[in-house]
Design a protein around this ligand. Structure first.
Ligand SMILES: NC(=O)c1ccc[n+]([C@@H]2O[C@H](COP(=O)([O-])OP(=O)(O)OC[C@H]3O[C@@H](n4cnc5c(N)ncnc54)[C@H](OP(=O)(O)O)[C@@H]3O)[C@@H](O)[C@H]2O)c1
Length: 323
């Protein structure tokens, strides 16, 4: 048996342990190869997979976490790749790469940046290209704009042609950073629901698209704040549900759907097909390597995966594990 080192989840209640694990065998007949992993991002999606709580989880243990990464192929090329299943992930010395789920990276690419940025950037890139294609000049509100994905959504919306982008989030310091990143206005979400509703209405009542990373109470309040303040309720408002940082459910008054041209949909694995995601990989890689979408990667040795799991994330940074 050929062994490698990997982050291994043996219980959904515990962080992964760095230990020896059998090296996976690629299905060479379908073109799969075994790559040396160079970097793998510790995204919220990776955490929920490793906790067995993501909606795609099969519940199989032991498992190696990691949904994507950057690897070096046997022929020497460096690629960004997405893992094929939820059991043998990317947080290991080696991982199976299906060429159909990979994109070659140009020489000199900052591999940590690509590993850090692809997942959070993909959330808005796919939402605004596959779910509700953004029309040039449209107005976008990013709800939950102070996280990695939210901050990138501001940049992505601008890059895809938005005329106005408003970022709404909790942390004032992180909100301030969004203005030089391209936001036209920011709104602070506070514990005062009336003040927050007024501020959201003033800044974003005429939004065409909302990219929502929060859900739960803040989204519930924001939906009603925007709809009731809208000049023309017949004008379409597309709400794209992307993350659920503040809760898995909300109470939606039926009147929200009757009294306004309000369209609610999500964007994620399932609502966008694997083929749809794969089609977006090359252009997104290009944006990240060109520096249009920025991210700060915090590099951690894979052997420290246990600590990395339990340490709180540095705001504005994405932990990237390096074998
Ligand atoms: N559907 C998709 O395609 C897709 C893809 C990638 C990510 N996602 C999801 O998107 C979400 C964000 O991902 P991420 O990578 O940006 O994670 P992240 O970097 O950890 O950001 C999460 C942010 O949420 C903010 N937050 C926490 N509680 C809040 C509250 N009560 N009100 C307002 N903001 C709050 C925090 O910012 P402050 O501390 O500054 O408030 C934090 O920075 C996750 O749920 C993730 O699973 C979805």
């Amino acid at each position: 048996m050929v062994m490698m080192n990997a982050a291994v989840v043996t219980s959904f209640q515990e962080p992964p342990h760095y230990q020896a694990f059998e090296t996976p065998r690629p299905a060479v007949e379908t073109g799969e190869v075994l790559a040396d992993v160079l970097a793998a991002g510790l995204h919220p999606r990776v955490r929920s997979g490793a906790a067995g709580s993501h909606y795609t989880s099969s519940g199989t243990l032991p498992m190696i976490p990691g949904i994507d990464g950057v690897g070096r192929l046997p022929d020497g090329r460096t690629v960004y790749f997405a893992a094929g299943d939820d059991v043998l992930g990317t947080m290991a010395d080696k991982a199976v790469v299906d060429p159909r789920r990979s994109v070659e990276l140009p020489d000199g690419t900052d591999v940590a940046k690509v590993a850090a940025a692809m997942n959070p950037a993909m959330s808005s890139w796919v939402a605004l290209r596959r779910r509700v294609p953004l029309k040039p000049g449209q107005s976008v509100l990013v709800l939950g704009a102070t996280g990695n994905a939210g901050a990138m959504a501001v940049q992505v919306a601008k890059r895809l042609g938005a005329g106005r982008v408003v970022g709404a989030g909790r942390d004032q310091g992180r909100l301030a950073v969004l203005i030089p990143a391209g936001a036209d206005e920011v709104v602070q979400l506070t514990d005062d629901p009336d003040a927050t509703a007024s501020a959201l209405a003033a800044a974003a009542a005429e939004a065409d698209i909302v990219i929502d990373y929060l859900w739960g109470k803040p989204a519930q309040q924001a939906i009603m704040a925007l709809l009731t303040a809208r000049g023309d309720r017949g004008r379409q408002l597309d709400w794209i549900q992307v993350g659920a940082v503040t809760g898995p459910t909300l109470d939606l008054p039926s009147v929200a759907l009757r009294s306004a041209n309000f369209r609610l949909q999500g964007s994620g694995q399932g609502s966008v097909s694997p083929r749809g995601y794969l089609a977006e990989l090359p252009s997104l890689v290009q944006e990240i390597t060109a520096g249009t979408i920025t991210v700060r990667a915090n590099l951690v040795p894979l052997s420290d995966v246990g600590d990395a799991w339990t340490r709180s994330e540095i705001p504005g940074e994405r932990t990237v594990l390096v074998p």
